[in-house]
Design a protein around this ligand. Structure first.
Ligand code: SF4
Length: 342
């Protein structure tokens, strides 16, 4: 703990429910865990919460929804193509026999429906590719007797008989004081397989992902019964990922990390200390340390920004920097030459 960077601690007691995403952030970096705890974002089973709103609007990961959207798009396009020739004839007739300028205006106004049509065709191509990926997959699932990480494919799991369930609310274990919501849970008989999506970064797992998956598997089986011999992590925006075995030591690790997180929260609350700077250079790609141009809307701490000037003469701050009063060595901060203010 760092006594030079005193901050007001969280108002929650050590017995407060801890979110799985808060736990995972803590495993990644204690400062990130505290930031996540203080901001209390809803767990949605996605590592990159900020990308949630940038996920596209077309259905995905659900064959029936994709097929229905595809049919609806085709209907719209055919309706458009039915009326489009008539509109062209009207524009030509007006231009030739009534008023040439008005005819050109009518023709030019066709740019908007043309753009609409281009977007519809683009959506149809996207949906068709997704539908093909689902229909062409063959049923395959991880070998549960092998206690190791194995590659998986979303559509292959569905073809192997799993159904995907999206829950309205999080799963909770009051005894452990843990709460969390995987992105989906795959059901088949008594199997309950939590699924989590790591959207950005390399398709690889770190300690925070293994703890996260173990925590989800524990929550799902505690709340519903059944077995979670493994959890699934899907990488990027695609359908490939890995199955992560859920072993007894996984739960032991969750308990141990929870105890350490609670200990840190108690120290922050009672002694007004901040967690130490992480030992490794994990700040390089951390979203909390990413510099934001001051005046932008992204910082949650606009009233207490820790501002530094970049070599491009612009003023920056970051959420981690605002909270802990420093300049995290994020790769963008290094590139822009951000330094501690004098
Ligand atoms: S920027 Fe660095 S210190 Fe801050 S939360 Fe991220 S990893 Fe931790």
């Amino acid at each position: 703990m760092n006594s030079q960077q005193q901050q007001t601690g969280p108002s929650h007691s050590g017995a407060a429910l801890i979110g799985v995403h808060e736990l995972a952030e803590f495993v990644f970096c204690p400062r990130a865990g505290l930031l996540e705890f203080e901001n209390r974002h809803q767990d949605v089973g996605l590592e990159d919460r900020e990308l949630v709103h940038r996920l596209d609007y077309l259905p995905d990961f659900d064959a029936q929804a994709i097929e229905a959207a595809l049919e609806a798009k085709w209907k719209e396009i055919w309706k458009f193509l039915t009326w489009a020739p008539l509109a062209v004839v009207v524009a030509v007739v007006v231009g030739l026999f009534i008023n040439r300028t008005l005819g050109w205006l009518l023709a030019l106004s066709g740019a908007f429906p043309g753009y609409w049509l281009w977007r519809q065709i683009r959506d149809v191509a996207t949906l068709a590719a997704r539908f093909r990926a689902g229909t062409e997959a063959s049923g395959q699932e991880p070998d549960m007797s092998r206690h190791e990480i194995q590659p998986v494919n979303w559509w292959s799991l569905l073809k192997a008989g799993f159904s995907s369930v999206e829950y309205d609310g999080p799963h909770e274990d009051p005894a452990l004081g843990l709460i969390g919501a995987p992105w989906r849970v795959l059901h088949r008989d008594s199997l309950r397989i939590p699924v989590f999506r790591k959207i950005s970064g390399k398709p690889e797992l770190h300690a925070q992902h293994r703890v996260r998956m173990a925590a989800y598997a524990h929550l799902v089986t505690t709340a519903e019964g059944g077995q979670s011999p493994y959890g699934v992590v899907l990488f990027g925006r695609g359908y490939d990922g890995v199955a992560v075995p859920f072993l007894p030591q996984g739960l032991a690790e969750v308990r141990e990390c929870l105890a350490r997180l609670r200990e840190m929260l108690a120290i922050v609350e009672h002694q007004k200390l901040s967690p130490e700077v992480p030992a490794e250079s994990i700040c390089a790609n951390c979203h909390w340390g990413r510099p934001i141009v001051c005046g932008g809307s992204e910082s949650n701490f606009a009233s207490a920004q820790y501002r530094t000037k970049g070599n491009d003469k612009r003023i920056y701050s970051s959420r981690c920097g605002d909270r802990y009063r420093w300049v995290p060595p994020h790769k963008i901060a290094l590139a822009k030459g951000l330094r501690e203010p004098e």
